[in-house]
Design a protein around this ligand. Structure first.
Ligand SMILES: C[S@@+](CC[C@H](N)C(=O)[O-])C[C@H]1O[C@@H](n2cnc3c(N)ncnc32)[C@H](O)[C@@H]1O
Length: 320
């Protein structure tokens, strides 16, 4: 057995899909392979369909091996399929084998339902690394008035809704993502009157909310590492390497005393120490205190071997 096939086999042995969990990272190459192509690959499973990511160009023979492995695993299911995206090379996912569903379909993460898109998209709509945060929100959001910024398809909004939040406002700079977020809210049979969706730039809306004296019991931030800004939408350039303090001053300015700041970044180049220090600087600027309740880290299905591999960093703070 080649080492890549062996790595895939070992990873498969560690995960189990069930009726209540139909979305899972099955293989996380950076922490589960030493094979030159294997360590550049990740495989996510959504029902019987696979989303394969390559972070660098990989050998054709390695991709063929992955395809054969997946076909062997799904031998009993004739509706299995896979799509592939090579970051930096292909802009959108391309079919690899089988017939990936052309329409969005539902997966389950416990009580939470998410609608997944596999074809012609940059992302399938659900970031599996945030599964632990979604669980925590479902356990803790009761009665909260939530602002979910950088909401994307609203999986964290849905988690708050399922957790009994009084209201959830989802903000994003992408209209299609917000439409998707509405679909997800409805797919979970959550009441429409508890949700609001706002299109626009974080750096425009947060100062507006602060000026209006609008406050929330929880503010969630999960920005991209870098945004070029756009003339079309009037959005500004920012990066998590430079602008963490600025981002958090805005978040804290709309948070109620006793409220929760739930913040994460996907930046291998920002250390935990710098991340926390910048947030504490923001707190000092606003003369509030923040206490760390817990860290947000990669789940077990995303094993990391190096500092760079552990890209997801986050904190849940309580403000006083
Ligand atoms: C990493 S995704 C967030 C993922 C989401 N928290 C989740 O768990 O599904 C980043 C999102 O930020 C949005 N975004 C980028 N720049 C923005 C800005 N200046 N204001 C508001 N949203 C922005 C993007 O459209 C994208 O949907």
């Amino acid at each position: 057995m080649s080492s890549l096939r062996q790595d895939l086999q070992t990873a498969w042995g560690k995960r189990k899909l069930s009726a209540s969990v139909t979305a899972l990272r099955m293989f996380h190459g950076p922490g589960e392979s030493t094979h030159s192509s294997g360590k550049e690959l990740a495989i996510d499973r959504f029902q019987n369909h696979f989303w394969i990511t390559a972070w660098k160009p990989i050998e054709k023979s390695a991709l063929d091996e992955v395809i054969q492995f997946l076909k062997d695993q799904s031998a009993s299911s004739n509706d299995s399929s896979a799509v592939f995206i090579e970051r930096g090379e292909t802009q959108l996912s391309v079919p690899l084998f089988g017939s990936p569903p052309s329409e969005r379909f539902e997966v389950r993460e416990g009580n939470l339902i998410a609608r997944i898109q596999l074809v012609e998209t940059r992302q399938p709509g659900l970031f599996l690394d945030h599964a632990p945060l979604r669980t925590w929100l479902q356990q803790n959001a009761k009665g909260w008035k939530v602002l979910n910024t950088f909401a994307y398809t609203g999986s964290l909004s849905v988690a708050c809704g399922l957790g009994g939040a009084d209201s959830v406002l989802s903000l994003d700079l992408s209209k299609p993502s917000l439409e998707w977020a509405k679909e997800n809210w409805l797919a979970n049979s959550l009441p429409g009157e508890r949700a609001d969706f706002i299109y626009g730039d974080y750096f425009d809306w947060l100062p507006k909310f602060a000026k209006q004296g609008r406050k929330f019991d929880a503010v969630i931030l999960d920005p991209p590492s870098f945004s070029r800004g756009s003339k079309k939408s009037g959005s500004k350039e920012f990066s998590t390497a430079k602008d963490l303090e600025k981002l958090h001053v805005l978040a804290l300015s709309v948070l109620n005393s006793g409220g929760y700041l739930i913040t994460s970044i996907n930046s291998a180049n920002v250390s935990w120490k710098k991340f926390e220090a910048e947030i504490q600087n923001a707190a000092k600027e606003l003369k509030v205190r923040l206490q760390v309740l817990r860290k947000i880290e990669l789940p077990e299905t995303f094993p990391a071997q190096t500092f760079e591999d552990a890209y997801l960093k986050g904190f849940i703070f309580r403000m006083s």
